[in-house]
Design a protein around this ligand. Structure first.
Ligand code: PLP
Length: 405
């Protein structure tokens, strides 16, 4: 506790203020629990925005990382290494796809998809050079690069960072008629639709039933790629390996990140059919760290853990109890609950999300607001039933304290 103020002061003095962290300074973590520098324990119900789906320092993942640290960690893609081919083959297998392009952060997978979709549009579809359009959705979140914030509808993310990259068309999320009319008007130039099957940052927004299947059908009939950004929704979070599966939808490409690195190293990837990623030739795209041996070794263990279906099943079954409990929160405090699996957005009526999260931290629960008064809950999929109930007891207390008079 005594050290907390000085550590926070260093952060505040020397780090850019691009985040506004809660007043908790973490020193250690294991599973679903973190301990701060003063020895206080907190239940982590954010799980690194789903980067920690397997909890902190999962023994299997730490062991995979340690084994690889003793062998080789980086070669660059100038040479092949013994983890690379197996990682690509195993990830393609998990996705039911044919080709993989590994990067590091999520937004790099998104950037990769934008480049590949444009190139595919010119080389395969025959769209005139520099005419390609990609459809995105209102309230999307796909990361923070200049191109990606160019098609954000969040003023905080976008304002002051222009000039913006052209080539994107935005339609309201969940509005199939708007997507159909975009295709009607601009279909000859639309090479892809980039979609979050559940919008995480927007508040864990689940689209209306039939929407994902409708997007798939419109993309198929227009000959455009459906690119599913499953960086947050995928790898078990929503109770299935991919959130698209809720409607039996198979996109043309998955974008993965966050949990793919097991909470240890950043690992992201675009995964698609050979006809899509197959358009790239040497020199056209790359990354020094993308697909490095350490990243591949950890991600291979993540893929092996997901291959059993155990974590997806846990997310689905614990998620059912979780949503039942959240649905019973007093409506005088909570105006809505959304989400699927072990993933929820809870909107408060009377208090800011920030105020609720500050109270939760004092109660020993870590969570984070998305926008305004919506709180995202995304506990690690390894959380025990008892710990989840403990966390929900605290969350309920915060809700009871937030009731309007
Ligand atoms: C987090 C996220 C990204 C960006 O990932 P980074 O690793 O932060 O670059 C992209 N898309 C979605 C849906 C995300 O949740």
């Amino acid at each position: 506790m005594t050290q907390t103020p000085s550590l926070s002061a260093l952060t505040s003095e020397y780090s850019a203020h691009n985040y506004a962290p809660l007043p908790v300074v973490v020193a250690e973590a294991a599973g679903a629990w973190v301990t701060d520098v003063g020895g206080h324990r907190y239940l982590d119900m954010l799980a690194g925005y789903s980067a920690l789906n397997f909890g902190h320092r999962h023994p299997r993942l730490v062991a995979a990382a340690m084994r690889q640290l003793g062998r080789v960690t980086l070669v660059s893609r100038a040479f092949d290494h013994d983890q690379f081919g197996p990682f690509c083959a195993e990830l393609a297998g998990l996705c039911g796809m044919e080709m993989v392009l590994p990067m590091n952060t999520g937004v790099e997978a998104v950037e990769t998809a934008i480049k590949v979709a444009r190139k595919w549009g010119y080389d395969v579809r025959g769209v005139p050079r520099d005419e390609a359009l990609i459809v995105v959705f209102g309230d999307n979140f796909h990361g923070r690069t200049t191109t990606v914030v160019s098609f954000s509808s969040d003023p905080d993310a976008r304002e002051g960072f222009g000039p913006y990259t052209p080539g994107f068309v935005s339609v309201p999320y969940g509005d199939l008629a708007a997507l159909a009319s975009a295709f009607h008007e601009l279909g000859a130039r639309i090479v892809a639709v980039l979609i979050e099957p559940i919008q995480g940052e927007a508040g864990v927004v689940v689209p209306p039933p039939g929407f994902l299947a409708g997007v798939r059908a419109l993309c198929t009939s227009a000959g455009a790629l459906m690119i599913a950004d499953e960086i947050q929704s995928g790898l078990g979070r929503a109770g299935t390996t991919f959130a698209c599966a809720a409607e039996g939808v198979v996109p043309d490409a998955y974008l993965l990140g966050k949990a793919l690195g097991g909470g240890i190293v950043p690992v992201s990837a675009m995964v698609s059919a050979r006809s899509v990623l197959g358009v790239l030739r040497p020199g056209q795209h790359g990354s020094t760290f993308g697909g490095n041996p350490l990243a591949c070794a950890v991600a291979r263990e993540v893929i092996a853990m997901l291959a059993t279906g155990e974590y997806q099943a846990r997310s689905a079954s614990l998620g059912a109890a979780f949503h039942e409990r959240l649905a019973s929160l007093p409506s005088s405090a909570v105006s809505g609950v959304s989400g699927r699996g072990l993933w929820a957005g809870v909107t408060f009526r009377t208090r800011s999300g920030r105020a609720v999260c500050e109270q939760l931290a004092t109660l020993g629960v870590l969570a984070k607001e998305t926008h305004g008064s919506t709180i995202r809950l995304a506990p690690p999929l390894v959380i025990t039933e008892d710990d989840l109930a403990w966390g929900l007891d605290r969350f309920e207390q915060a809700a009871l304290d937030s009731q309007s008079p």
